[in-house]
Design a protein around this ligand. Structure first.
Ligand SMILES: [Zn+2]
Ligand SMILES: [Zn+2]
Length: 294
């Protein structure tokens, strides 16, 4: 196979490289976003890493968050120096698995896979999603699964990867309750942070990591623009959540780790940070949260 020199013609072009290396702290390399982008082939891990490296994005946290994807994420991380894994059962998947009686076994499998591989550095994404899951019964199952993931992350000493959609208060309630009980894992990451300045302040008080996705580049994302400068420099992360949430000016097209520089540049503007310094902070924070890549 000839070596790829750029993104496929139907994908956004490479942005200007970053001056210093950073890591994509949350990505779904193997996922297709067929609904929004039409059928496209998911990139292979090698393509993703190669394109990302071309713009100084030197590592990826690959997230597997369904029964189908967790083993694949572990295998991908085992096979690629540039990739580590986070695995869990997505909050919108948890009620479906509970309905078919498979949730408990799925959580056992998450723990078994995580305990068996040093390349699994995060547990999740887990949390609460009141946008897609609409019923109280589903919310109760999400909370039960969220608490089970917290327990696994705490016992195995892995980062907790939180998905919080339209559920800030409820996520906070669970975190503070767990903190007062058996305690939280050492590393807590709000993936694709969607809160405002107030939630960013709470996260800072507790030393939780706040991870910004391409949404922070959207012109109407005022809450995120106000939150970005509040996150301490040793707790900020950047991610794609690819193939979703493609940053401006490529909204609506498919996302990938090589587009991280667009989000980093916007974060530097919003925070008034020197770009190279912000890159160094992001890199150091990702390693502190998820461990060394190689
Ligand atoms: Zn998510
Ligand atoms: Zn995700």
């Amino acid at each position: 196979m000839p070596e790829a020199t750029g993104p496929a013609p139907n994908h956004p072009p490479l942005p200007d490289p970053l001056p210093r290396p950073v890591i994509d702290a949350h990505c779904h390399i193997d996922m297709r976003d067929g609904d929004r982008h039409g059928a496209h082939d998911a990139q292979t891990p090698d393509e993703s890493l190669q394109l990302a490296a071309a713009v100084n994005v030197t590592g990826i946290v690959q997230v597997g968050c369904s029964i189908r994807d967790i083993a694949a994420a572990v295998a991908m991380a085992e096979a690629h120096e540039g990739i580590v894994a986070a695995i869990g059962i997505h909050p919108n998947e948890a009620p479906r698995l509970a309905a078919s009686g498979e949730l408990e076994a799925a959580l056992v499998e998450v723990e078994r896979l995580a305990a068996g591989s040093q390349r699994v550095r995060g547990i999740g994404e887990t949390g609460l999603d009141r946008y897609r899951t609409r019923d109280a019964e589903g919310w109760a199952i999400q909370e039960q699964a969220f608490r089970a993931h917290i327990d696994i992350a705490r016992r195995l000493g892995r980062a907790l990867v939180i998905h919080d959609r339209d559920a800030h208060d409820e996520v906070l309630r669970v975190l503070l309750d767990e903190a007062a009980g058996a305690g939280l894992p050492q590393v807590v990451q709000f993936h694709c942070f969607s809160g405002d300045a107030a939630l960013a302040r709470v996260a800072a008080e507790h030393g939780w990591y706040v991870s910004f996705a391409g949404t922070v580049t959207f012109t109407n994302a005022r809450d995120l623009h106000e939150a970005a400068p509040i996150v301490p420099r040793d707790r900020i992360l950047v991610e794609t959540d690819a193939p979703y949430l493609t940053p401006t000016p490529h909204r609506g097209r498919v996302n990938a780790s090589y587009l991280v520089p667009l989000t980093v540049r916007r974060l530097a503007e919003l925070r008034g940070d020197d770009l190279a310094t912000l890159c160094d902070d992001l890199h150091a924070n990702t390693i502190r949260a998820f461990g060394d890549w190689v």
